[in-house]
Design a protein around this ligand. Structure first.
Ligand code: ZN
Length: 136
C-alpha cells in the first residue's frame, strides 16, 4: 500500500469547544473553520487550520456519545491522529492483511465530506488512528 501522505488532523476531546477555543483561536490565533454536528457520533466538531494540518476539537452532544465515554475515562486530551491517504479501501485492506485491528473495515462518512475509518489503539501504540480521504 501507499503510506499515508500526511497527518490530516489531530482529534482532541474537550468538554466544551467554546472554552477550548480560547486557546486555539484566541491565544494561538489559528483560523477557525466551520463547526459541525455529526449526529451518528453524537459529537460536535470544530476544526482549526494549521498549515496543511488541522486541529479537530470534539465535544460530546449526549451522555452516551463515544467522546463522553472517553472524557469520563481519560479526561480531555488527544483522542486520535488522522492520517491522510489516497486510497482508503486499499489502505484498510493492507492494514487488515498486516494484522492491524480495524474498528471500521469499510470507509464511512465523516465530517466535512471525508471518508474515514478507524484502527484500534491496541494495534497502533495506544493512539486511536483514523485514516481519511476526500470524497463521499
Ligand atoms: Zn478525526
Amino acid at each position: 500500500m501507499q503510506p499515508p501522505t500526511r497527518i490530516d488532523h489531530l482529534g482532541i476531546a474537550v468538554n466544551s469547544i467554546a472554552e477550548a477555543s480560547c486557546f486555539y483561536r484566541d491565544a494561538l490565533g489559528l483560523t477557525c473553520g466551520e463547526g459541525q454536528v455529526v449526529p451518528e457520533q453524537k459529537v460536535r466538531v470544530q476544526f482549526f487550520q494549521l498549515g496543511e494540518v488541522r486541529i479537530e476539537l470534539l465535544e460530546p452532544t449526549a451522555a452516551d456519545s463515544p467522546i463522553a465515554r472517553f472524557l469520563a475515562q481519560r479526561g480531555p486530551g488527544l483522542h486520535h491522529i488522522a492520517y491522510h491517504v489516497d486510497d482508503l479501501p486499499a489502505t484498510l485492506a493492507a492494514l487488515k492483511a498486516a494484522g492491524v485491528r480495524l474498528i471500521d473495515e469499510k470507509p464511512r462518512a465523516g465530517a466535512h465530506g471525508m471518508k474515514i475509518a478507524f484502527a484500534h489503539p491496541k494495534s497502533t501504540g495506544g493512539v486511536l488512528s483514523e485514516f481519511c480521504q476526500e470524497g463521499p
